[in-house]
Write a protein that binds this ligand. Structure first.
Ligand code: SAH
Ligand code: SF4
Length: 386
């Protein structure tokens, strides 16, 4: 049997500590409705003797109108509102910190019920606004250039904690119900903290809720899931969710990739690319994005660029060159702009679309994992109370 189970961490980091998962109901015994599928809400209401259509009403209040209180649900009788209030609540995380960059990027540090903190970033662009969503607290993997990989505390996020990032962003933008035109939240990328395919069940549940057309109504075409290469889960992700796929490739030889993206030791490049070739739904119109972080003198030579062209032959691919975002103590430097351009030219000549991801929100440390660590540093520096 293949021992490479998708939940096994690839590097020597603590296993996910499920004991920390906030599964317990609130101290007052009320149950959270966020994260339940519509039939589960219907079942919870049936226990109160309510008809299934009530679930649809609640669903729309929560996911179209953004309601967090039952009191304002005007099409539900006062008596039922009071009973709902007694038994349920609509979850939102606390906002520990909010930062806005001069370029319009915003970043929220969200505190979960067990005190764990995660980050969520919004990047506004001309025609769209992308929310970068976290799937785990920290990450069990240890990609050498990634700050999230250095965080000690690691656990999976529950589905409601993933959905809540989307809800909190709509709260912040006042997009309840979302306007027809000019919305701030149009796209979602699972590119925040964590490896989404190590937390597949919760990610899938959360995205299914977000994609419900009678609710939050995000189209699957506007959702991208980024993975470092959890090969056995890639097909399932395509078949069940049908979202766009991004692959954190970052190197063109197994030798280098195993060094900087250690999961490669388990699932090397050839296996990863095979999974991409057969990704359900990939086509010229829906290409797979290959992320490639530009590390000076490490993976940025023109020979690397040519190697990339060869590797991606026959795959509906686009390449996203990401300028490395340094963090205190990181061992790498970002490639020069000239080099990034030369690298990108090689890809363009071979016919690949190659957007260079412009650095956004650098003044608020908007790269993976940086806000949280920054806050931890500030807290440590603060004098002890008393
Ligand atoms: N764990 C998933 C998704 C989160 S990381 C994955 O690895 O794909 C999202 C993207 O940010 C990945 O492509 C990752 O390699 C990249 N990244 C991480 N740290 C970075 C840094 N310091 N500078 C630039 N990109 C970084
Ligand atoms: Fe985890 Fe992705 Fe960071 Fe690698 S790049 S440590 S998989 S969050």
């Amino acid at each position: 049997m293949d021992d490479r189970t998708p939940t096994a961490p690839a590097a020597a980091k603590p296993e996910i500590d499920t004991a920390q998962a906030p599964l317990a109901p609130r101290a007052d015994g009320r149950r959270n409705l966020v994260g339940l599928a519509r039939p589960e809400i219907a079942a919870a209401l049936a226990e109160l003797g309510e008809k299934p259509f009530r679930a649809g009403q609640l669903w729309r209040w929560i996911y179209v109108r953004g309601a967090t209180e039952f009191g304002g649900m005007s099409d539900i009788s006062k008596g039922l509102r009071a009973r709902l209030e007694e038994r349920f609540y609509v979850y939102r995380p606390a906002i520990s910190r909010h930062q806005a960059s001069i370029d319009g990027t915003q970043k929220w540090l969200l505190r979960m019920e067990d005190g764990a903190e995660i980050e969520c970033v919004h990047i506004p662009e001309k025609e769209r606004g992308t929310l970068c969503v976290s799937s785990q607290v920290g990450c069990t993997l240890t990609c050498r250039f990634c700050h999230t990989g250095t965080q000690r505390l690691v656990r999976n996020l529950e589905a409601h904690e993933i959905v809540a990032q989307l809800l909190s962003a709509r709260d912040a933008f006042g997009e309840w119900p979302p306007p027809e035109r000019g919305r701030k939240l149009t796209n979602v990328v699972m590119m925040g903290m964590g490896e989404p395919l190590f937390n597949y069940e919760n990610v899938a549940r959360a995205l299914s809720i977000a994609m419900d057309q009678d609710g939050f109504a995000l189209s699957r075409r506007r959702i991208t899931l980024s993975t470092s290469g959890v090969v056995p889960m890639i097909r399932r992700c395509g078949e069940e969710l049908g979202v766009s796929l991004a692959i954190s490739l970052h190197a063109v030889t197994d030798e280098l990739r195993s060094r900087i993206v250690p999961i490669n030791k388990k699932w090397p490049i050839a296996e990863l690319l095979d999974a991409c070739r057969s990704y359900p739904g990939a086509s010229n119109a829906r290409r797979i994005t290959f992320e490639y972080v530009m590390l000076k003198g490490v993976n940025d030579s023109l020979a690397d660029a040519r190697g990339l062209v060869q590797l991606l032959a026959g795959i509906h691919a686009k390449v996203n060159l990401i300028p490395f975002n340094p963090w205190p103590g990181s061992e790498f430097e970002c490639s020069s702009w000239d080099q990034i351009e030369r690298f990108s030219d090689v890809l363009a000549e071979a016919g690949f679309t190659t957007p260079v991801r412009r650095p956004r929100g650098r003044d608020i440390l908007a790269a993976c994992g940086q806000l949280k660590s920054d806050t931890e540093r500030q807290r440590r520096a603060a004098p002890a109370p008393g």
